[in-house]
Design a binder for this molecule. Structure first.
Ligand code: GRF
Length: 203
């Protein structure tokens, strides 16, 4: 049984999508814990209601990034995860943290990377006038919103979109893509090879 730890900072709708899929599709995997850096994150309640262990490592309790990351890693490692899933986790992670989880730390970013890293991606897309936007699931590297791409979902940008309508269209796709990408990794259907993610043919 593979073990997952999911990190959140907010409402946790991507986390919830993963929980639902894991249960509905009877994944041979266990969501071992949901950990938040914010005590008030709405997703914590959702996880608790689903009977999943939760923990809070509040970044405000630590003097710097390195010490926060150390405490966070210690908490994560208690659950011995095969995969650590960032789902709306809004902290920049140190190189040491990323190296510790090399090959087993993934993130979802609401843009078609490498376009629009950073914050306010939907605003960036509208301002740039792109006709397609979307979301990316990727392995985490020390560079922000960077790293081998596992999956991408594309949505059209309409002329009358504002940030909210575009975000909602992208989020719907995130909820489909992220559980699928996690499952593909857990079941070995997608693997990292020479810095890129490739599909493995089922035999
Ligand atoms: C999602 O759009 C995700 O791509 C981004 O932050 C948002 C988190 O939403 N990183 P939620 O907490 O999963 O509902």
């Amino acid at each position: 049984m593979k073990r997952l730890v999911i990190l959140i900072s907010g409402r946790g709708s991507n986390m919830e999508a993963i929980l639902r899929a894991a249960t509905a599709e009877r994944w041979p995997a266990q969501i071992a814990a949901v950990i938040s850096n914010k005590p008030g994150a709405g997703g914590l309640e959702v996880a608790r209601a689903a009977g999943i262990a939760t923990a809070v490592v509040d970044h405000r309790d630590y003097p710097d990034r390195a010490q926060f990351d150390q405490a966070l890693a210690a908490e994560i490692d208690r659950f011995q995860p095969d995969l650590v899933v960032l789902a709306g986790f809004m902290r920049i992670l140190t190189e040491g943290f990323v190296a510790h989880y090399a090959g087993r730390l993934i993130n979802i970013h609401p843009s078609l990377l490498p376009s629009f890293p950073g914050l306010h991606t939907h605003r960036q897309a509208i301002d740039a006038g792109v006709k397609f936007h979307g979301a990316t699931v990727h392995f985490v590297t020390a560079e922000l919103d960077h790293g081998p791409i596992i999956a991408q979902a594309v949505v059209p940008v309409q002329d009358d979109d504002d940030e909210d309508t575009l975000a909602a269209r992208v989020l719907e796709q995130e909820h489909r893509m992220y559980p699928r990408a996690v499952r593909d990794l857990l079941e070995g259907r997608r693997v990292l090879k020479d810095g890129r993610v490739v599909s493995v043919d089922p035999r």
